[in-house]
Design a protein around this ligand. Structure first.
Ligand code: NAD
Ligand code: TDX
Length: 343
């Protein structure tokens, strides 16, 4: 593979993609990045305001499922690598309407694969999720060998995309790599996901809607650790392989909620138990030994320090949250939580 000098990143205006672009530009002084983003509700130009005028960075507004646009962009782009973050990413939204998930996560991935294959791009990295493995009981971990058993329309669409990448590698010697990570937290996360939703609600003294018993378990990793893993997989990973990333930081949702309330100095009376998420996966836990041994990667951000820093970021960036929590967000919040919080 050629050294990576020019990279196409998709979905770079979202939570993880924006951190990845920032870290890559910092770590690789000769690297040029083109960011293809549709700017959906989750895409926010403010997330990359600090690199917007960097001459090594360029934004193209567009849809990864737009075959003509993507064919031309990748065909003419001279990219050494394509990293696909672009996705519909929220499980609850996929339960309300799975259509956009199939269109972006499955069709969009297929379009990117075709264009990357035609242009002979040297590396293609698919950013996937531990949710494709389904749900665990009280013990055990997901490894790269765990069978794929997605339970939500979101995870089913991510699994379909992973299978397409696998099939292109198998059938065409396509230079694809898949990464699967556990739940990310950190700055710039859209306040529909557990941690930023609960921080921003608590700061406004609004109820924290805990689904079901609150005993579902997630494995939390700081977004910068995930991005460093993707960077390592891109440069050191083997074509056709899958790499899992996780923080070895399992917490029940209630444990997280109480920690947030404690750090924020807010009362437990803000907790409101609401109807469970349909098909709610019980537990995710990642075995990331393969990435640690083969990519010399390990998570670096201690959980409590990372969580405190994240809370501080949301405190200091109330305007960012307020701008998001208006307009279309309010309609979604009412549809998702209206009945649950009024009962
Ligand atoms: P996000 O929702 O914050 O951002 C998604 C970005 O993709 C936005 O900028 C959006 O505008 C863009 N986008 C959506 N549809 C597009 C389309 N059709 N064409 C071009 N751009 C489009 O998501 P995130 O949390 O940053 O997740 C990024 C990736 O990481 C996703 O593929 C997700 O499945 C995966 N992932 C997320 C987590 C997590 O905890 N958030 C964990 C593991 C894997
Ligand atoms: O209001 C809520 N109340 C609640 O109890 C929300 C939004 C969530 N939850 C629970 C559901 C989950 O058990 O918190 C847990 C985390 O929920 P999310 O933040 O929605 O994340 P999750 O469903 O675990 O999926 C996340 O991790 C894997 C990301 O959103 C995915 O993009 C990623 O692939």
């Amino acid at each position: 593979m050629n050294p990576i000098r020019r990279m196409l990143v998709t979905g770079g205006c979202g939570f993880i993609g924006s951190m990845f672009i920032r870290l890559e530009l910092e770590a690789h002084p000769d690297l040029q990045i083109v960011n293809l983003d549709k700017l959906t509700y989750a895409g926010n130009l403010e997330n990359l305001a600090d690199v917007a005028t960097n001459p090594r960075y360029q934004l193209v507004r567009g849809d990864i499922a737009d075959r003509e646009l993507v064919g031309k962009l990748i065909g003419d782009g001279g990219f050494d690598a394509v990293v696909n973050f672009a996705a519909e990413s929220h499980v609850d939204r996929s339960l309300l309407d799975s259509g956009p998930f199939i269109q972006t996560n499955v069709v969009g991935t297929q379009v990117l694969l075709d264009a990357s294959w035609q242009a002979k791009v040297g590396r293609y990295l698919q950013v996937s999720t531990d949710e494709v493995y389904g749900s665990l009981g009280p013990t055990g971990f997901f490894t790269e060998e765990t069978s794929i058993a997605p339970n939500s329309p979101y995870s089913a669409s991510k699994a379909a995309a992973d299978f397409l990448v696998r099939a292109y590698c198998h059938s065409f010697d396509f230079p694809g790599i898949i990464t699967r990570c556990s739940n990310n937290y950190g700055p710039y996360q859209f306040p529909e996901k557990l941690i930023p939703l609960f921080i921003s609600n608590a700061l406004a003294d609004k109820p924290l809607p805990v689904y079901g018993t609150g005993l579902n378990v997630r494995d939390w990793i700081h977004v910068a650790d995930h991005c460093r893993g993707i960077s390592a997989a891109l440069r050191l990973g083997q074509v056709g392989e899958v790499y899992n990333f996780g923080g070895r930081q399992e917490q029940t949702n209630l444990e997280i909620t109480h920690l947030l309330l404690e750090y924020l100095g807010k009362p437990a009376s803000l907790i409101k138990y609401v109807t469970d998420r349909p098909g709610h996966d019980q537990r995710y836990a990642i075995d990331c030994t393969k990435a640690e041994t083969q990519l010399a990667w390990k998570p670096q951000v201690p959980f409590t320090a990372g969580l405190r820093e994240t809370i501080d970021w949301y405190r200091q960036n109330g305007d960012w949250v307020q701008r998001i929590k208006s307009g279309a967000y309010l309609k979604y919040y009412e549809e998702q939580y209206g009945n649950r919080l009024s009962s």
